[in-house]
Design a protein around this ligand. Structure first.
Ligand code: ZN
Ligand code: ZN
Ligand code: FE
Length: 763
């Protein structure tokens, strides 16, 4: 019995080889009809036996291509019309777009095999790709995704490529960036210093420079990288000097998994992520005997590692004897990543000794993503960019036209279209004007492209956040959201929560509090519609204000003076920082007279202060350095086993205030007595876990809510995550952490957007 059905599929189904896949399945199940891309997704009409159609639909879902994701699949009956064959029709551009943007994917194993096969016509051709791999988001100029709407449009395919592209059984059928050495883009090497011998093969020339200790800028998928030999200390030092990046860890790329296993501990899940389609940087633990200079990641046991993800990387490693390359985004200090050739050439002359560039334009710059794997939790996103952004999340509520502008540091924006939330790629810190302009440009581009009319702009309450400078440009209402409320709701949204209130534990660097003070150690109760503060850290003076975050020792002195008074606190400060007598005197006056000494109670600050007291980090070169270096001493095998320090919790006006003054005094004594640093730091971590659990138990005895959503930058700390997860679960709470969305300020815009949605519905 012959039947005809219409199948509508939504999701990541364009630009991923979905039509040829459907075509070959239709052949297999002897179906006639057609498949077509439209503004909504993929539209299929199949005609054949009922049985075959059912098998076909199952196969579509089970065997879908490497890069495809199906969010919704709808089957409808349709009137009979005779079809005599199965066809791939040209795209239909009618109607409002609900399309998902395809993301860039790591080179697949079949393409790698061809790339390294001397007999293949694409032998060592660094732009090889197929429907299962290659650039997507970074080269798209318009939608729907077809070759004419990519920067490959300026490379007409040669006859052979055209044949592959058109042949339904070819694995490059409709692979939009399809290219070969005859017709496609090419790499060129420009030496920037004298004394480099000219070698005709560009990649060999770049490899030669790398092997002789030079720094080379390489244009890749999402922008330029600065690259050097990861085992060459002089080269790394030079790179740090030129990039003005004193101690922030540098990521490396390894030749393959085998060489990486020799230098890092890799779990099965870590390996899986390294080899994934998204191919992010994975934070791994270095083995004890390391072959890398300390300069690579000073003071850290962890190392950001990745595997070759673009064909150019595979070719580079094929040509070089080096097993590890430093690979860091090429951006001048505090400025956006370089991706346009003109500005790149201008800036790179001060950064690199040579440029290995290509003539395919990058439309959308995107950084490498960074993830870490936490025991008992799983994958945790630290920087969401290449391979993940701008993949939307689906949500029950309609969020159309809501645009959230995110945070000051680690900025991302988010916007809604119907029931999709698009979380933009990691932009960075919005301190320089160029960064703010870059942020605006990327946002504007995506909004236009996805045809979104903003109707509400959501921003942080902080009066000095840079996004305020353009928030009013949209000409629609602006809604302000408290920083930690946004963190909490970001976590709730990620875990698909509806409007039911729950607890939030937000441990963070800094954030503007509703009372004008600096918050960041918050126990909240709320939903997207509201929040109440249930507990927080006792405020202490922060002489110098938020700027003092860069100097943890000043922050520590401010804390000691506030908690123990000028006299006792002053003595403690002098003992801990004997070389800073004069400055301590000034800080004393500031705190006593309340000059530029706002009150703050944040977790990040507490970490910084303890880090400075222990002499681990007195001045930081990058955001979070003091806390990260301190956490390296926490013994994760001792979580919830070790004795905490003393602390007090006081109920003041229905709000639990936590004071760690006893702990700080004991740490001070332990330092005098030269107590083991690992012990002190582990006990410090445990004290935070225990204090929070104490409050949660008291709340549990009063109220029925049992769900806890944890967010904030401090939850990148494995000890805190594991400690709270374990203890709170034992107390009967369901505990959630951010995973797909950064727990740091990179995830803020998601929470802002959801709170904005709640505001719109209620107003
Ligand atoms: Zn491929
Ligand atoms: Zn070709
Ligand atoms: Fe934050």
């Amino acid at each position: 019995m012959c039947s005809t059905k219409v199948i509508k599929i939504k999701g990541r189904v364009q630009g991923v080889g979905f039509r040829p896949f459907v075509f070959s399945l239709a052949m297999q199940y002897k179906l006639c009809g057609f498949v077509q891309n439209n503004m909504d997704g993929v539209y299929i009409v199949v005609q054949g036996t009922e049985e075959n159609i059912i098998s076909f639909i199952q196969a579509v879902q089970m065997q879908k291509p490497r890069l495809a994701k199906i969010y919704a699949l709808e089957v409808q009956h349709t009137e009979f019309k005779a079809y005599h064959q199965f066809e791939i029709l040209t795209s239909n551009h009618q109607g409002k777009s609900d399309l998902v943007l395809p993301v860039d994917a790591s080179v697949c194993s079949k393409c790698i095999a061809e790339l390294l096969d001397p007999e293949n016509r694409r032998y060592l051709y660094p732009f090889i790709n197929c429907t299962d791999c290659g650039p997507r988001y970074t080269i798209i100029t318009g939608l729907p995704y077809d070759r004419v709407h990519t920067t490959m449009n300026s490379f007409p395919m040669c006859e052979m490529c055209q044949k592959e592209y058109q042949h339904p059984k070819n694995r490059r059928h409709h692979a939009q960036p399809n290219a070969c050495p005859v017709c496609g883009p090419t790499y060129t090497f420009y030496p920037l210093d004298s004394g480099q011998i000219s070698i005709s093969d560009s990649i060999v020339a770049a490899v030669h420079a790398l092997e002789s200790g030079k720094i080379i800028a390489i244009k890749g998928i999402g922008g330029y990288h600065l690259v050097c030999d990861a085992q060459n200390e002089v080269a790394i030092q030079m790179l740090r000097k030129r990039k003005k990046r004193q101690s922030k860890p540098l990521a490396i790329m390894a030749r393959n998994l085998e060489v990486l296993k020799q230098v890092c501990h890799l779990s099965a899940t870590e390996q899986k992520w390294l080899e994934s389609v998204e191919a992010p940087i994975v934070l791994c633990q270095k083995k004890r005997t390391t072959i890398f200079p300390e300069q690579l990641a000073p003071g850290l046991h962890s190392l950001g590692v990745m595997l070759p993800y673009a064909p150019i990387h595979v070719v580079l490693f094929k040509q070089t004897k080096l097993d590890f390359l430093v690979m860091t985004s090429a951006n001048p200090s505090k400025l956006p990543m370089l991706y346009q050739d003109e500005s790149a050439q201008h800036f790179l002359s001060g950064l690199a000794d040579g440029i290995l560039t290509h003539n395919r334009e990058i439309v959308h710059p995107v950084d490498d993503s960074v993830v870490q794997l936490l025991p008992k939790i799983g994958m945790q996103m630290i920087r969401r960019a290449r391979g993940f952004a701008p993949e939307p999340m689906l949500i029950e509520q309609n969020v159309d036209g809501i645009v959230a502008l995110g945070s000051q540091q680690k900025n991302t924006f988010a916007f809604g279209r119907n029931q999709q939330i698009f979380l933009g790629p990691h932009i960075g810190d919005l301190d320089a004007l160029e960064m703010i302009e870059h942020d605006q440009k990327v946002l504007k581009h995506l909004l236009e492209w996805l045809d979104i009319q903003p109707k509400l702009i959501v921003i942080d309450q902080h009066p000095l956040f840079s996004v305020r400078s353009f928030a009013s440009d949209f000409g629609v209402p602006i809604y302000e959201v408290q920083h930690h409320h946004a963190h909490m709701v970001s976590c709730m949204t990620e875990h698909g929560m509806t409007d039911a209130p729950a607890y939030g534990i937000v441990l963070d660097g800094t954030g503007y509090g509703s009372d004008g003070k600096i918050w960041g150690f918050e126990i909240l109760y709320g939903s997207p519609a509201f929040f109440e503060r249930k507990g927080h850290l006792v405020y202490t003076a922060l002489p110098g204000g938020e700027k003092s975050i860069l100097t943890p020792w000043k922050n520590a002195v401010g804390m000691l003076l506030s908690l123990f008074g000028s006299e006792k606190g002053g003595v403690m400060a002098q003992v801990l920082f004997p070389n800073r007598k004069m400055e301590i005197h000034v800080l004393k006056t500031m705190v006593e007279k309340e000059i530029n000494s706002p009150l703050a109670g944040t977790c990040g600050r507490l970490f910084d202060a303890v880090s400075a007291m222990l002499g681990v980090c007195e001045k930081q070169n990058y955001d979070g350095e003091a806390a990260i270096l301190l956490s390296e001493y926490a013994d994760i095998t001792q979580v919830n086993q070790i004795k905490p320090y003393a602390y007090t919790i006081k109920l003041v006006a229905n709000n639990y205030e936590i004071s760690f003054s006893e702990m700080l005094l004991q740490i001070y004594v332990d330092i005098q007595q030269k107590e083991n640093r690992k012990m002190i730091v582990s006990r410090f971590h445990q004290t935070i876990v225990d204090a929070i659990c104490d409050i949660m138990i008291q709340l549990k005895n009063k109220e029925s809510c049992r769900q806890v959503f944890c967010s904030g930058g401090s939850f990148q700390n494995p000890y805190l995550v594991i400690g709270l997860k374990e203890k709170l679960s034992q107390c009967g709470f369901s505990v959630y952490f951010q995973q797909q969305v950064p727990t740091n300020d990179g995830g803020l815009s998601l929470g802002q957007l959801r709170i904005g949605q709640s505001y719109l519905t209620s107003s």
